[in-house]
Write a protein that binds this ligand. Structure first.
Ligand code: ZN
Length: 257
């Protein structure tokens, strides 16, 4: 067990830093601190942040901007995958620096209003070990500029009434009631719908998920309907992941009893 923890800690420690991936016309710079990802997304027409990470993590966003020759005011929008502290905690601060609107799924309005994580359903021994700490982590409550209605897929341009903004936001209850994804070009940002494996780039079940059948249905809908052209999937933790890896994951869920 000691050896396993060492592997986990080394993998998480090595994951700190910045990394930029180019997928077609979309550049994605991932700011990773330990387990969590903050994504800075550049297209020809816009710069969008997907998730602000923990409040402490968001403080490193300037490094990500500078690595891409961008400034705060280049950011057009901050999208938040859901109301957990490791995704929403730093979002409002980034938006304030940028003067950009924050977009959140409507179902997580109670979490944002209280800055709390709510209850979760652990899916592994590691998650059970983390559960108490994760559930107890809080953040500064805030009210976002825009809520995306439950279970809808909408162009970001219509959500923010800004025609040049690319991509679609998809609100899909699952990991939380207000979970939100963003699909742009050949890339999909999936929040905690699933995650990357800690020591590699395999798609695996997220640490916390209550309805596993619903989770499988949501992943299939993502692959077939919401993001049929996505080549790369960026989860909230670890990754990025290929389409094949995500498909292999969901197929393996169907085979398990
Ligand atoms: Zn979460």
């Amino acid at each position: 067990m000691r050896h396993l923890w060492l592997v986990v800690l080394v993998a998480a420690g090595c994951a700190n830093g910045l990394r930029t991936e180019q997928v077609g016309e979309v550049s994605v710079t991932t700011l990773r601190r330990g387990y969590s990802n903050v994504h800075l997304i550049e297209t020809a027409d816009a710069v969008v942040v997907f998730d602000g990470g923990y409040a402490s993590q968001a403080q490193h966003m300037l490094r990500a901007l500078e690595s891409r020759n961008l400034t705060w005011t280049d950011i057009d929008a901050v999208l938040v995958s859901h109301g957990h502290a490791d995704h929403a905690g730093g979002s409002q601060w980034i938006a304030e620096q940028a003067g950009a609107p924050v977009v959140v799924g409507e179902g997580d309005s109670d979490m944002l209003a209280t800055g709390t994580n709510g209850s979760v359903c652990p899916t592994s021994w590691l998650a059970r070990r983390r559960e108490k700490k994760d559930v107890g982590t809080t953040y500064e409550p805030f009210i976002p500029d825009v809520y995306v209605p439950l279970n809808t897929g909408l162009p970001l341009s219509s959500v923010l009434s800004e025609p040049r903004l690319p991509g679609e936001v998809v609100a899909e209850a699952g990991h939380t009631e207000g979970s939100l994804m963003y699909v742009v070009g050949g890339v999909a940002f999936v929040g905690d719908l699933f995650r990357g494996s800690i020591t590699g780039h395999k798609a695996v079940r997220h640490f916390y998920m209550c309805d596993l059948d619903d989770n499988a249905a949501d992943v299939r809908t993502l692959l077939q309907t919401d993001a049929p052209d996505a080549e790369v999937f960026f989860p909230g933790h670890f990754g990025p992941l290929t389409r094949e890896s995500v498909q292999t994951m969901v197929d393996s869920w169907d085979e398990s009893p």
